[in-house]
Ligand binder design. Structure first.
Ligand SMILES: NC(=O)c1ccc[n+]([C@@H]2O[C@H](COP(=O)([O-])OP(=O)(O)OC[C@H]3O[C@@H](n4cnc5c(N)ncnc54)[C@H](O)[C@@H]3O)[C@@H](O)[C@H]2O)c1
Ligand SMILES: [Zn+2]
Length: 352
């Protein structure tokens, strides 16, 4: 087992290991008093792991109830959120009780936001069961829900008390959802670790799960520690994401986030090479690792369409936009450009 300690407003441990679900109760007990625990899960994850999580919590003295909602991004909305708050109230949950987010990023974001706001804040533990949740959404304290006007538009910065990542749960993930998480893992290697890059290129999807998740979590921890509230360095985590958001929107969310991020990273890398920020070899190396995971490096959408959608992204500040630009494998820079130049960047990254 590996533990990564996160020190932000309130410190917490991210435990990463095989079979940790069995120890969920013991680990939860270290951050809560063993009163009531509410497992929040989607129907798929609840069917797979709900009983094991509940048994482990009961063994440690928690009384347990479960809130289960239909799987999928469409559930990350105001209705599910309010239903969850109402469920907590009806079960007389108090501030000494605990929420347990058992699932992927949807469950983690929704549960975290409910934890941040129910009774003005109660404790919660993240139990990520997707690769994306393990390396990205369960750490860092961004919680929230989608609004009809856009994704993640309501939320709060609110840190979990603990993250318990049993990576054996990743074995039941459908291959395409696992691959989506791999795009974020690749992102970390380009942002900060040539060694991770080499490992991913060599092993492909057979990478050393525990070590890789731990390294990604530690990298996210370092970025978040320097910029908890996302005003500067944390923007590095958006590598490939400005373009990805354009691709997702153009496809009406038919193209998954991970695939869009893979395309976005390849496009920004080619643009960076054409504009002299990195070498052509660097851009090729980025494409190579993305292809190694069977992820796409091209998009059919035009630079004009991508630009239009990308500009409706909330990351925009006035008439400038910050791009995350690769310099070499393991190092990226934040580059602020006028909005008027964005289309030119997109064109530079699309095939000639
Ligand atoms: N808070 C953050 O910092 C942050 C960062 C990145 C992404 N996100 C959010 O995360 C969400 C995406 O996360 P996700 O991809 O984990 O989505 P998800 O939670 O919807 O999970 C994807 C699918 O996998 C299924 N699943 C989960 N674990 C499984 C398992 N072990 N075995 C079999 N099936 C399983 C789920 O039922 C679901 O259908 C988005 O809403 C995104 O906005 C948040
Ligand atoms: Zn992402």
């Amino acid at each position: 087992m590996t533990t990564v300690k996160v020190e932000v407003s309130g410190s917490y441990c991210v435990d990463i290991g095989a079979g940790l679900l069995e120890e969920l109760g013991v680990r939860a007990l270290e951050v809560a008093k063993g009163t009531a625990a509410v497992i929040v899960s989607d129907d798929t994850v609840n069917a797979l792991y709900g009983d094991r999580a509940e048994t482990a919590l009961v063994r440690s003295g928690f009384s347990v109830c479960r809130f289960v909602f239909p799987h999928g991004e469409a559930s990350k909305n105001g209705t599910t959120y309010l239903n969850l708050l109402q469920f907590l109230a009806e079960h007389s949950i108090t501030r000494s009780d605990l929420l347990v987010a058992l699932g992927g990023g949807v469950t983690g974001d929704l549960t975290g936001f409910a934890a941040a706001t129910f009774l003005r804040g109660i404790r919660f533990v993240q139990v990520p069961t997707t690769l994306l949740a393990a390396v990205d959404s369960s750490v860092g304290g961004k919680t929230g829900i989608d609004l009809p006007a856009g994704k993640n538009l309501a939320g709060a910065f609110y840190q979990p008390k603990r993250v318990v990542c049993d990576y054996e749960t990743l074995r039941t993930l459908p291959p395409d959802i696992f691959a989506d998480g791999c795009a974020e893992v690749i992102k970390y290697s380009i942002l900060g670790s040539p060694e991770l890059y080499d490992h991913l290129l060599e092993k492909g999807a057979d990478f050393d799960t525990e070590a890789v998740i731990a390294q990604c979590v530690a990298m996210k921890r370092d970025v978040v520690r320097d910029d908890e509230f996302d005003t500067g360095r944390r923007q590095l985590l958006n590598l490939g994401h400005t373009i990805a958001h354009g691709i997702e929107a153009c496809s009406h969310y038919e193209i998954s986030h991970g695939r869009a991020v893979a395309m976005g990273m390849a496009i920004i890398a080619r643009a960076a090479a054409r504009k002299g920020y990195c070498t052509a070899e660097c851009a090729e190396a980025i494409e190579r690792v993305i292809r190694r995971f069977g992820l796409p490096v091209e998009t059919e959408y035009s630079a004009a369409a991508l630009t239009q959608w990308a500009l409706s992204d909330k990351k925009r500040a006035g008439n400038r936009i910050t791009l995350v630009v690769p310099r070499k494998i393991g190092h990226c820079d934040l580059v602020k450009i006028p909005v008027s130049e964005l289309q030119d960047w997109m064109e530079a990254g699309l095939p000639l």
